[in-house]
Every structure is written in C-alpha cells, then in structure tokens.
Design a protein around this ligand. Structure first.
Ligand code: HEM
Ligand SMILES: *[C@@H]1O[C@H](CO)[C@@H](O)[C@H](O)[C@H]1NC(C)=O
Ligand SMILES: *[C@@H]1O[C@H](CO)[C@@H](O)[C@H](O)[C@H]1NC(C)=O
Ligand SMILES: *[C@@H]1O[C@H](CO)[C@@H](O)[C@H](O)[C@H]1NC(C)=O
Ligand SMILES: *[C@@H]1O[C@H](CO)[C@@H](O)[C@H](O)[C@H]1NC(C)=O
Ligand SMILES: *[C@@H]1O[C@H](CO)[C@@H](O)[C@H](O)[C@H]1NC(C)=O
Ligand SMILES: *[C@@H]1O[C@H](CO)[C@@H](O)[C@H](O)[C@H]1NC(C)=O
Length: 354
C-alpha cells in the first residue's frame, strides 16, 4: 500500500501550503535544503514510517514525541538519540524518557534508507523533524513544509532533559513557564498539547488523579466520573503503573481535534492536559474552545507551532556534524562496536559512509 501512496505524494502533495493569518518563520532553516543533495528524503521518510504504521498504529505518536523531547533539550539537534557511552550521559535515561520513548529503531531504519540514497548528507535531527510531520499526515492530519538544514550534536544532557521536559503533574503556571523558556507562547502550548490526540500514557503518569489527587485520598474533581470508572479499570490502585491508556479515548490513533472536545468534557488524561481547560479564568480556555470548534484552525496552528518548536536552537552550517549512526557521535568508538553487531545490509551502509 505504501509505494502507491508515496509516489502520489511525491507527485502532487508532499507539501501542504497554507494561507491565513498564522505567520510562519523558518529561521535559519529552509524547506528546500536537500532539494539538490537529497530530493527524495521526504518520500523515503514517508515510506519507512508508513511501513512501520502497518504493524504499529502507535508509532506515529511516538515519533512526534521524539521530536518534541529532542527540541526541548539543547535544541533540535538529535541529542535524544545518543546512547549512553563513556562520554555521553544519555537523555534516554532521564525520567521523562526512560521506559517511555519509542521509535529509535524506526529512526535508525529511516537513517539507513536515507544513507543509501544520499550518503552522509541528511542529519538525524532533520529526520526527526520529517518523521514527525509524516506521522501527522499518515494518521489523517495535515502536513507542513518542514524547515531543514539542522546538524547533529556531539553532546547530550540528561540533567537538562530532566529539568526542561514538563511533568504530567504540572499546573498551568509551570507549563507556560516550560514553554516560554523555549520561546513558545500560550497558543503554542495549547496547540502542541494537541499532539495528545494520539498515542498512549502509562498509568503512573496520571494514577494520582484516579485515586489520590494532591494527597486528598480523592479523585481529581476535574476528572469526568464516567472516565474515572474507565481509568480505574485500566489502572488498578495496587498496580505498578505500567499499564497503558489512550491519550485520546475517542480516536486513539487518529490525528484530529478530539483532544480539545475531550478537555471540554473533563476527559483529558493527564493533569497537564485538563488544566488547559479547567484552570478557572485561564486564557487557555478560549484557545481550547476555538480548536474544539474548528479542526482547520487547529491544524493550521499545530503546523505553525511545530515549525516554531522545530526552530529551537538548531545547529547549522559547520556546527555539529552529520552523524553516520544516529545513536553515536562520529568520533565515538562505541559506534564501531555497533557496526559489528548490526545486520549485514546496515553494515555496508555504515562502512561506506565512514
Ligand atoms: C505540555 C506538556 C506535556 C507533558 C507534561 C507531556 C507528558 C506526556 C506524558 C507523561 C506522556 C506519556 C508517556 C508515557 O507514559 O510513556 C506523553 C505522551 C505523548 N506526548 Fe506528551 N507531554 C507534553 C507535551 C507534548 C508535546 C508538545 C508533544 C508534541 C508536539 C507531545 C507528544 C506526545 C505524544 C504523541 C505522546 C504519545 C507517545 C506514544 O504513544 O509513544 N507531548 N506526554
Ligand atoms: C541504543 O539504546 C537503545 C536503548 O535506549 C537500544 O534499544 C538500542 O539498541 C541502542 N542502539 C544501538 C545501536 O546500540
Ligand atoms: C547540562 O546542562 C546544564 C544546564 O544548562 C549545564 O549546567 C551543564 O553544564 C550541562 N552539562 C553538559 C554535560 O553539557
Ligand atoms: C503551580 O505550582 C507551583 C509550584 O511549582 C506553585 O508555586 C504554584 O502556586 C502553582 N500554581 C497554581 C495556580 O496552582
Ligand atoms: C494519598 O497520598 C498520601 C501521600 O502519599 C498518603 O499519605 C495517603 O495515605 C494517600 N491516601 C490514600 C487514600 O491512598
Ligand atoms: C463526561 O463524559 C461523557 C462522555 O464521555 C459526557 O457525555 C458527559 O457530559 C461528561 N460529563 C461532564 C461533566 O463533562
Ligand atoms: C475555521 O478556521 C479557519 C482557519 O483559520 C477559517 O478559515 C474558517 O473560517 C474557520 N471556520 C469557521 C466555521 O469559523
């Protein structure tokens, strides 16, 4: 199914152009960065993600989240992809990421396919940005022109991942602050939280709302009582918190505006979701209502806010490097160990790019 869709996309609609009042700045990046050096990169990313979705309908959500968790920690530089080594304190071991982030294998599959077509050209940071956009398209959302030209970091920062990534228990003040330090405003916060229209959360991230909100021994009063019953079935009180619930109980694998309609019914899963609507007098309530009423508006703002998030402190020009293996910096000898343990087909690609 994927090859037909890919070729159609390449012909007519790889990029969705949008007009309107939402302004977009590409910063130092450029959607046509690989036009000459790797013209098929978008189609290649799309095909690999499309194939991955066939066996895992959640993977699009996981890839969107990877880009977010990359960008909020020393910028969109693929630092999240660096594995633990003697010199790398991996962000994958930070609390928001450990036993939680997914899709590293799919990113590596994309990288292998892209290296085959255009060796040593496309950064892992750009692959994350493209994979996020393609994931939204393939789950019934709208795409956008992805600004490109990021380069990959030679460092990672686990401490910074712990401090910069907002917690699901955050209140609205904390959420706004976490976005503001990244240059993202309240509209960006509400629009980007709409990514919780697909994917899953472990019970541990919202269990307190079901059984013991703010240590009151009672459920969160802003949690719909019917939804509360559903969630207590998914997350037993004496459980270890490892069960999964859909972030959007209505259309769990579809990119749509239902997240906002859920918030209006007190059917938001995380505290950080529901506070956007339930904090009394907050300026976020009107924004939630506007997206709940108009999916076109949400899609336009989501695209603009993703571009803005994708512009956070990129490495460009001669900064950083183009990694040959996304999990290791080029100078890291651990990479050679990885080469030795990789499949033969990957092996050839890696060796040819050394
Ligand atoms: C506003 C602050 C945010 C908080 C507190 C937050 C927190 C969380 C948590 C706790 C999970 C579940 C993780 C797990 O249980 O393994 C999650 C999942 C997810 N988040 Fe967020 N998030 C936020 C914003 C965002 C943003 C800005 C995006 C992307 C633009 C995003 C995309 C996702 C996606 C797609 C999933 C599902 C991932 C999967 O199923 O693999 N989140 N988030
Ligand atoms: C990098 O670490 C992840 C776990 O965080 C692991 O699944 C993956 O296999 C590692 N990649 C390589 C190439 O060693
Ligand atoms: C990680 O980030 C913190 C906070 O910005 C900084 O103080 C620290 O030096 C960084 N560590 C590394 C290894 O870059
Ligand atoms: C949000 O949490 C902070 C602590 O991080 C607290 O100081 C503040 O009072 C809380 N704000 C609201 C509105 O509850
Ligand atoms: C709620 O949490 C507090 C603090 O962890 C604890 O002391 C209390 O016993 C809990 N209440 C219930 C009903 O679990
Ligand atoms: C709770 O959710 C149901 C649908 O799931 C909805 O019909 C009901 O109105 C909601 N209750 C409140 C108080 O929003
Ligand atoms: C929905 O939002 C779009 C984009 O801003 C706008 O063009 C359209 O008029 C809106 N539709 C309604 C019914 O308000």
């Amino acid at each position: 199914m994927s090859s037909l869709r890919v070729s159609l996309a390449a012909l007519c609609c790889a990029f969705v152009v949008f007009a309107g009042t939402i302004s977009v700045s590409y910063g130092q990046l450029d959607p046509s960065f690989y036009k000459k050096s790797c013209p098929k990169v978008h189609a290649i990313v799309r095909e690999v993600v499309d194939n991955a979705l066939d066996s895992d309908p959640r993977i699009g959500a996981s890839l969107v989240r990877l880009h977010f968790h990359d960008c909020f920690v020393q910028g969109c530089d693929a630092s999240i992809l660096l594995n633990k080594t003697d010199t790398i304190d991996s962000e994958q071991d930070a609390f928001p990421n450990v036993d939680s982030i997914r899709g590293l294998d799919v990113v590596n599959n994309i990288k292998t396919a892209v290296e085959e077509a255009c060796p040593a050209t496309v950064s892992c940071a750009d692959i994350l940005a493209l994979a996020a956009e393609v994931s939204v398209i393939l789950t019934e959302g709208n795409g956008w022109k992805v600004p490109l030209g990021r380069r990959d970091s030679t460092t990672a920062n686990r401490t910074l991942a712990n401090s910069n990534l907002p917690a699901p228990s955050s209140n609205l003040t904390e959420l706004k602050a976490a976005f503001l330090v990244q240059g993202l405003d309240t509209t960006d916060l509400v629009a980007l939280s709409g990514a919780h229209t697909f994917g899953r959360s472990h019970c541990r991230n919202f269990q307190d709302r079901v059984y013991n909100f703010s240590n009151t021994g009672q459920p969160d009063p802003n949690l719909n009582t019917t939804y509360l019953q559903t969630l207590s079935g998914i997350c037993p009180q004496d459980g270890d918190g490892s069960n999964l619930a859909n972030l959007d109980p209505t259309t769990p694998d579809t990119f749509d505006k239902n997240y906002y309609n859920n918030l209006q019914l007190q059917n938001g899963l995380l505290n950080s979701d529901q506070v956007l609507f339930s904090t009394s007098g907050a300026d976020t309530v009107a924004i939630v209502n506007s997206f709940a009423a108009n999916q076109t508006l949400f899609f336009k703002q989501f695209a603009a806010s993703m571009i803005k998030m994708g512009n956070i402190s990129p490495l460009t020009g001669t900064q950083g490097e183009i990694r040959s293996q996304c999990n290791f910096v080029n100078s890291d000898s651990s990479r050679l160990k990885a080469v030795a343990s990789t499949k033969e087909s990957d092996h050839d690609v890696l060796v040819s790019s050394i």
